[in-house]
Design a protein around this ligand. Structure first.
Ligand code: BES
Ligand code: MG
Ligand code: ZN
Length: 484
């Protein structure tokens, strides 16, 4: 989507968007006719409300869509993001229309922040996944103008917002694609192509490399599938003078059948989305490469499928791991943590990161606990958590911390191996997180369980139904907060 800044409404643009705060008295820039109509329907720019004013002048129709931002002193970026999305989508619903113009918007302290919010909201709201539909529902909207005098900061913010929105949509595409399309090989190919295009350093490794590095936990999950696993490594060097690197690890199960502890038919339907953590990480790497924060970041994804076959791992197997710890597999459906611990050990040992974040659709228990509203966080580092909380505040992607009390560790003790891969019915999200903590060697670490956030059954604000792209903006913002 193009979002040019223009000093006057371009000719031929027949829809204006007006974003404003809630009013006791309707503002003077409205005509009496507009005010009358608004009074009749009691529209006064309340949060989340929109009102379309249809006006005919000499037979020429010009519409104005008004979107409310609610009370000014309760304003936060998310309110504007949602209002922009709502206004744009209702404008795109009017046909035929190829351009709209945002003529009024709130004055934020930073025009760059304003531009970013608008850019990302427009880009995210207009997303659709129609690649596999024979008959596409064409929307004509191609341009969103913003009425303003030339402003470098605004332009810069818009460009950043568009880049971020595109990275979110890139992640959404990978999650929306079914598992027969996005196999580990295809996930790796997309990460490679997009990564190279963005100037990142990308490496893809195959099963021989995985075996040679003794990533036995990862390989144990992967070996039951006919599709080969792929270990994906992406590097962003934003601070060449420094040798400190932050690590990102994303769960990349392109399909999770549960293995021999097979899921129910219903439980399996959405399991193409079990690579949403890796999509968040890969998407964030693209956004980071566009925003260029001064920091070094490396991402690792241990991509594979969890399938059933004569080669698949069994319940009761005791497997190794790259870290050398042995693991008793008491549930083959707790596969994500097995792939993650080898990726975590790899990124610490081979990529030498000083700290890391892992993100995963890891437990059904997260959905029971926090639903589809907030991801669960487990951490060993207060400062990192604060940086993540600031990022979350900024992007509107909600998180909630769960504890990692010592007592929970007992749930992961095995009599015949160093660990077992499940902690039983209690505190499932915490024990999954603490299983990973066993492999972080005390390094500053954040664990984000986004099981309930990967897919949205309905269209909501700037998120069309299907893959949400959740986490791309959160991680990108975290990295910006950690940069110099
Ligand atoms: N991928 C699932 C978690 C999941 C469930 C994600 C629902 C999204 C929606 C994960 O691999 C899994 O199966 N976890 C098990 C762990 C259990 C066996 C300890 C679960 O949560 O049931
Ligand atoms: Mg599973
Ligand atoms: Zn899974």
């Amino acid at each position: 989507m193009n979002i040019p800044v223009v000093p006057t409404i371009p000719e031929g643009v027949k829809v204006s968007l007006v974003l404003d705060f809630q009013k006791n008295e309707l503002p003077d820039y409205l005509t009496d006719e507009m005010k009358n109509e608004m009074n009749q329907v009691e529209f006064n720019f309340k949060k989340g409300e929109t009102y379309s004013y249809i006006h005919k002048n000499n037979g020429e129709r010009h519409d104005t869509i008004f979107a409310g931002l609610g009370e000014q002193d309760k304003f936060e970026p998310e309110v504007l993001r949602k209002a922009v999305a709502k206004a744009i989508r209702s404008a795109a619903g009017f046909k035929p229309i190829d351009a709209v113009c945002i003529t009024r918007y709130p004055e934020l302290d930073s025009m760059q922040v304003l531009g970013r919010i608008i850019g990302e909201a427009v880009e995210m709201a207009m997303y659709k996944f129609d690649r596999l539909l024979s008959k596409k529902n064409e929307s004509n909207l191609k341009e969103v103008y913003i009425l303003d005098n030339f402003d470098m900061e605004l332009e810069q913010g818009i460009a950043e917002g568009i880049a971020i929105g595109k990275a979110v949509n890139f992640a959404r595409d990978m999650v929306n694609e079914p598992a027969n399309v996005v196999t580990p090989t295809e996930l790796a190919r997309r990460a490679y192509d997009a990564g190279i295009e963005h100037g990142l350093h990308v490496e893809i490794h195959n099963k021989e490399y995985i075996q040679a590095n003794k990533m036995d936990a990862y390989w144990s999950v992967a070996k039951g599938a006919s599709e080969e696993p792929k270990l994906i490594i992406m590097r962003y060097e934003g601070n060449p003078d420094s040798d400190s690197i932050f690590g990102l690890v994303g769960k990349g199960l392109t399909y999770d059948s549960g293995g021999y502890c097979i899921k129910t038919a219903d439980g399996m339907v959405t399991m193409k989305a079990d690579m949403a953590g890796s999509a968040a990480v890969i998407g964030a790497m693209l956004a980071i490469s566009d925003l260029k924060p001064k920091i070094n970041v490396t991402a690792v994804v241990a991509a594979c499928e969890n399938m059933i076959s004569g080669d698949a791992y069994r319940t009761g197997d005791i497997i190794g791991s790259m870290a050398g710890k042995t693991i008793e597999v008491l549930n083959t459906d707790a596969e994500g943590r097995l792939t993650l611990v080898d990726a975590v050990h790899y990124i610490i040992e081979k990529e030498k990161v000083f700290g890391l974040l892992d993100i995963a659709t890891l437990t059904g228990a997260q959905v029971v606990c926090l639903g589809t509203t907030a991801s669960a966080v487990v951490t060993n580092d207060e400062a990192l958590l604060e940086a993540l909380e600031a990022a979350s505040e900024h992007t509107g992607e909600k998180i909630w911390q769960l504890p990692n009390f010592e007592e929970y560790k007992d749930l992961l003790k095995s009599e015949i191996a160093d660990l077992k891969n499940v902690g039983g019915r209690e505190a499932g999200t915490i024990t999954a997180g603490m299983f990973i903590e066993e492999f972080v060697q005390g390094k500053p670490w954040l664990h984000v369980d986004m099981a309930g956030l990967a897919l949205s059954p309905k269209t909501k604000d700037y998120t069309p139904s299907g893959a949400t792209g959740w986490g791309v903006r959160l991680i990108t913002s975290l990295i910006e907060n950690l940069s110099e």
